[in-house]
Every structure is written in C-alpha cells, then in structure tokens.
Design a protein around this ligand. Structure first.
Ligand SMILES: Nc1ncnc2c1ncn2[C@@H]1O[C@H](COP(=O)(O)OP(=O)(O)OP(=O)(O)O)[C@@H](O)[C@H]1O
Ligand SMILES: [Mg+2]
Length: 264
C-alpha cells in the first residue's frame, strides 16, 4: 500500500481530555475524554445518571470542569462560557427544549441565523427567511411557524430547537435526547431530517445523546458509552454494542434492544 492510499487520521474538531466534574461528593464525570472529527457522528450512550448531560454541559461551557481540558477547532475553550463557545461554533440542544417563550417558532429558528452571522459564516440578510422556512419544513414545524412555543406540541418544540441549531451552521452540534417525548412517527421524521442534515453538512461533527439505541445506531457510525461518570468504551457502533460491559450496564432496562441494525 502506498502512502497516498492510507486515509489520513482527521484532526479532531472537538477534543476533550481527562475531564472531571464533581458536585460536592458526587463525581459526575471521572477522567472522561472524547474526540470528534469533522463529519463524524458519535452516539453518547449510557444509563440514567451516567453523566451524558453533564458532559454536554461541560463541552458547551455551561459547567466549568473541575479538571481536564476542552479544545474546539484547536482552541482551548475549557474556561469559556456558553455564549462564547457557541460563537466559536459549538451549538447544542437541550434534554428539555429551551426556546424563547415570547418569540414565535419561526423567530426562534431565525435566532440560529443570527448566530451564524455573528460567527461570520453568514453575511447580511440574504435568503435568511427562505433558509429558516426550509429548516422549519425539514423539521416538520412549518405549520406552527407563527405560533408561540407554549401553544405547540412538545415534539414541535424539540424539532424547532434542532432547526435553530442547524441554521446556526456550527462546526460541532451536541444533541441531548432529541427523540425523547417524540411519537413513533416523529422519531422517523427526526431520523430522516438528521440524514438530510448529514448530507448537506458533510463537515459537521455531531454528538447525539439518546436512550433509543436503535435510533443512535441508525444515524451514528461511532458510539461512546458512559457508566457512573466513566467511559466504558468507544469505537464503531457495532463494537460498542457488542461490548459486554455495555450490555451489562444496560441490563435491566432491555437487553433485547441491542439486537439492532447498525448504519453501514
Ligand atoms: N448541577 C448538578 N448538581 C449536582 N449534581 C448533579 C448536577 N448535574 C448533574 N448532577 C449529577 O451528576 C450525575 C450525572 O447526571 P447527568 O444528568 O449528567 O446524567 P445523564 O446521563 O444525562 O442521565 P439521564 O439519562 O437521566 O439524562 C447524576 O448523579 C446527577 O445527579
Ligand atoms: Mg441527561
């Protein structure tokens, strides 16, 4: 094999190393490391309370890690707050969607374009409304565009938050349980919409936290499993799902759910 035929190992766009997060006596994260390369989709799985949301909070600047480092696109963001982290290109959604309650669904989604402008990945107002509308349609919330968040179904709130995040055109997107609370039909729409996002943003790195392992396997080629704040294992989705410790950590929830189809 000549050198030119070897795939180069991509530089990570997100690189968190040896992160500890303690809350008093609780060690929510214990030496957790995670790297994400451009275009890579990583599923972050683990039982309730294993530290998934805490890790997303550290990566997005909401929590300041007790120790460890976080680098985004080569820059140390360990001590950078959430607004500045977003401006540097890391955007996230929340387990319970966070929308501006006094703005309509469309206005909320347009906030994503504002962020893209502040990051200078978008200039001026050209096509902003059309792009927002396309995003609303992709995430199946166009018919609710003019309504306030309080007036729309829960699934629409979740999809609108996702639409806003994608419109921000980030380098890294962290999704905290985007399918929780969605109907079966909405879940299928979500998987389809995420597939479109992947095709249209081939350089975007995504970390998807989700209990529905089938859904994770359908959209993520890589997985990392946490348990009690520690990394159990990481690798291809097939490797992680075959890992005995991962299976044991999930037993009691449903062992059968590991008989899943993994995305090629
Ligand atoms: N602000 C906080 N103060 C104190 N303890 C916290 C705080 N945030 C998280 N924890 C603790 O950290 C641990 C990990 O919680 P975390 O919310 O990250 O779990 P999770 O994997 O996201 O769980 P779930 O699947 O239920 O969402 C838990 O023991 C939780 O009680
Ligand atoms: Mg959580």
């Amino acid at each position: 094999m000549t050198e030119s035929t070897i795939d180069p190992i991509p530089e990570p766009v997100l690189d968190a190393a040896a992160v500890d997060m303690r809350f008093g006596g609780v060690r929510a994260l214990d030496q957790v490391s995670i790297t994400m390369a451009p275009g890579q989709w990583t599923g972050l799985i683990g039982p309730n309370g294993s530290g998934k949301t805490t890790l997303l909070n550290v990566l997005s600047g909401i929590y300041l890690a007790t120790s460890g480092t976080v680098r985004l696109d080569g820059v140390d963001i360990t001590k950078v707050g959430p607004q500045a982290v977003a401006k540097r290109g890391l955007v996230r959604t929340f387990q319970h969607p966070q929308l501006a309650e006094t703005l309509t669904i469309q206005e909320n989604v347009l906030l994503g374009a504002d962020l893209a402008r502040r990051r200078r990945v978008r200039t001026g107002n050209a096509a902003v409304d059309e792009d927002a509308l396309a995003m609303l349609e992709r995430f199946h919330c166009a018919e609710f565009a003019s309504q306030l968040p309080a007036a729309v179904p829960y699934g629409v709130r979740k999809m609108a938050e996702l639409a806003r995040a994608v419109l921000a055109d980030p380098l890294v997107l962290l999704l905290d349980e985007p399918a929780a609370g969605l109907s079966r039909e909405e879940r299928a729409e979500l998987v389809e919409a995420l597939g479109t996002v992947r095709r249209e943003h081939p350089q975007l790195a995504v970390c998807l936290v989700e209990h529905d392992v089938r859904l994770v396997a359908a959209v993520c080629e890589r997985m990392q499993a946490l348990n009690f704040g520690k990394v159990l294992t990481s690798g291809t989705s097939a490797q992680v799902l075959a890992n005995e410790e991962v299976r044991v950590a999930y037993l009691g929830r449903s062992a059968a759910k590991f008989d899943v189809e993994v995305a090629p």
